[in-house]
Design a protein around this ligand. Structure first.
Ligand SMILES: Cc1cc2nc3c(=O)[nH]c(=O)nc-3n(C[C@H](O)[C@H](O)[C@H](O)COP(=O)(O)OP(=O)(O)OC[C@H]3O[C@@H](n4cnc5c(N)ncnc54)[C@H](O)[C@@H]3O)c2cc1C
Length: 512
């Protein structure tokens, strides 16, 4: 069995991914606009910035990009305008520029800024709220910039449009790894800029902790290098300060690590044991060696049920010993237990839920072929250093069939940096908590109320932070929750590099 969010939810019979086929796209084309039943879009642009101005000169951009500039009415538009979350399908950008170089990105800014339209970069398109496909705005699409090059010194340059499976595959071929997220189709850009939590986080740090340098096109259309020795404030902000806030990254340079053997772990526990498992899991990960990462996944219901999935950097026998400790502490015999050795790439594919697929099938396809998407609502909280009251966490999930709480361990290498060393502030946190549910346009409001209720319940129990990559327009205290004491410095960096708010969107750090 494999364990990305989709397969986890599918295993529980809770909706999950859909695949948009060529036939589905034909409906989009003939309909010419929003798919039937699509939800109203999330308004990603502050009202005050909408004063009508002369439209950008798209002809000038077309002269440079040719058919890579996709406008409404162009054949590719119904597909290129879509993000990952189907609930945002109501959003209709004015133009999508498929950039192939930093110079293309600069040309986009030269043409589009100053016209009062939103401008947003898109890498993997997984923004929960569709912030990378702004309604009426310009999408600076980076998908064509996905090259990964591993150098002999172990650093790797990664094009800003690469998706995680592409990064993992290229690095694995060179015997190297980068700690990053679990979903194969997530873009390296959004993930890194918000932090980057994944199954190797406790051993190797967040993805942003591995960032050595970034090439960034700022709002003034200048291409800059952000690194410890060049634009150090920008470099600081790009490591956890959130996608879309400071400029368009065109390329990342990461410090990779040699890829050792790994062991993947999966345990299912009987219904009714959620409180015991959550309690034991929290104590277990708090004391675990950095080599172990684990997630406690609680499925709402009557009563809720729990699973633990994880990844251990090391051999199977050591992993089994650690698992024995968890089982003993929970005092509940798992209904299923699997502890399997894997290579780095196979471990990533297993955790991504595409172990049984070819690499091409793990691979995201958004140009031609199929487009795998989900329709969901998800919100976040981040725990403090101490465990939550496990019984009360389980109670929060009581009765909520179809809602999942994903507790992903932090700590380990993440805790080795100070909260202000990078923009990611949650350095002493035990875990990230995400509340996730499939939703349709028809039940979106009701599902949102439910997940928000659980999110607020977690905050009452002490989980008051939140993770910017699980971005949530309804989070009342989002600026402080995402950035903590780093917020004022982030706002100052945004003011300096984007004084005219060219990259404004509803949850741009400047508006926090
Ligand atoms: C199925 C799924 C699984 C996930 N799993 C994980 C996980 O395991 N770990 C984790 O940490 N997160 C995870 N996430 C959250 C993910 O990190 C965020 O949604 C992230 O923002 C997605 O990045 P993207 O490039 O795919 O999205 P996009 O929608 O392309 O971008 C997200 C934001 O970043 C901006 N942006 C994109 N590219 C650039 C760029 N080059 N320069 C500047 N700004 C840019 C966009 O404008 C937008 O505001 C998951 C999300 C989904 C939907």
């Amino acid at each position: 069995m494999t364990f990305d969010r989709r397969s986890f939810l599918a295993a529980l019979g809770v909706g999950g991914a859909t695949v948009l086929t060529g036939a589905d796209r034909a409906v989009g084309l003939s309909g010419g606009s929003v798919r039937a039943g699509a939800a109203p879009s999330v308004d990603a642009w502050p009202v005050r910035a909408r004063s009508p101005r002369l439209a950008p000169d798209w002809r000038a951009l077309r002269a440079r990009l040719g058919s890579r500039l996709v406008l409404p009415g162009d054949p590719g538009y119904p597909v290129y305008r879509l993000g990952f979350n189907e609930l945002n399908d109501g959003q209709r950008p004015a133009a999508i520029a498929r950039c192939a170089s930093a110079a293309d990105v600069q040309a986009c800014l030269d043409v589009a800024r100053g016209h009062g339209i939103p401008i947003a970069a898109r890498s993997g398109g997984h923004s929960y709220l569709g912030y990378s496909v702004p309604n009426g705005g310009l999408v600076i699409d980076l998908r064509l910039m996905a090259q990964v090059h591993v150098r002999s010194d172990g650093t790797a340059t990664v094009g800003a449009g690469a998706r995680l499976i592409e990064v993992y595959t290229a690095l694995a071929n060179a015997g190297r790894l980068l700690p990053a997220g679990s979903c194969p189709t997530v873009g390296v850009s959004g993930l890194t800029l918000g932090g980057g939590i994944g199954v190797l986080t406790r051993k190797y740090g967040l993805t942003c902790d591995r960032l050595a340098a970034a090439e960034v096109v700022t709002a003034d259309a200048r291409l800059r290098t952000a690194s410890p020795g060049s634009e150090p404030d920008l470099y600081w902000a790009l490591r956890g300060g959130g996608g879309g806030n400071f400029g368009v990254v065109s390329q990342f340079t990461f410090r990779t690590a040699p890829a050792p053997g790994m062991t993947v772990i999966s345990l299912s526990f009987p219904k009714g044991s959620a409180a015991a498992v959550i309690g034991a899991w929290q104590e277990w990960v708090a004391r675990a060696p950095f080599e172990l990462w684990a997630s406690c996944q609680v499925a709402g219901g009557n009563p809720p049920s729990a699973r633990v999935v994880g990844c251990y950097v090391g051999d199977q026998s050591q992993a089994n010993r650690l698992v024995d400790r968890l089982v003993a502490a929970a005092g509940v015999k798992p209904s299923s237990r699997s502890v399997l050795p894997k290579s780095y790439l196979d471990a990533m594919r297993y955790m991504a839920g595409c172990s049984n697929d070819t690499l091409a099938q793990c691979h995201p396809v958004s140009e031609g072929g199929r487009l795998s998407r989900e329709s969901f609502v998800a919100v976040s909280r981040v725990l403090g250093p101490r465990p939550l009251d496990a019984g009360r966490v389980a109670e929060l999930m009581n009765g909520h069939t179809g809602v999942d709480l994903l507790l992903d361990s932090l700590g380990g290498a993440v805790s080795q940096l100070a909260p202000d060393a990078t923009a990611f502030p949650h350095r002493s946190s035990l875990a990230s908590a995400q509340v996730y549910a499939s939703a349709t346009p028809a039940n979106r409001r009701e599902v949102t109320r439910t997940v928000d209720g659980i999110r607020d319940g977690l905050a009452r129990l002490g989980a008051t932070g939140a993770y910017v990559n699980y971005i949530d327009a309804g989070l009342p205290d989002w600026g402080h929750a995402y950035y903590g004491a780093n917020l004022p410095r982030l706002k100052a960096v945004a003011r300096r590099y984007d004084p005219d708010r060219v990259f404004a969107f509803r949850q741009n750090v400047a508006f926090a």
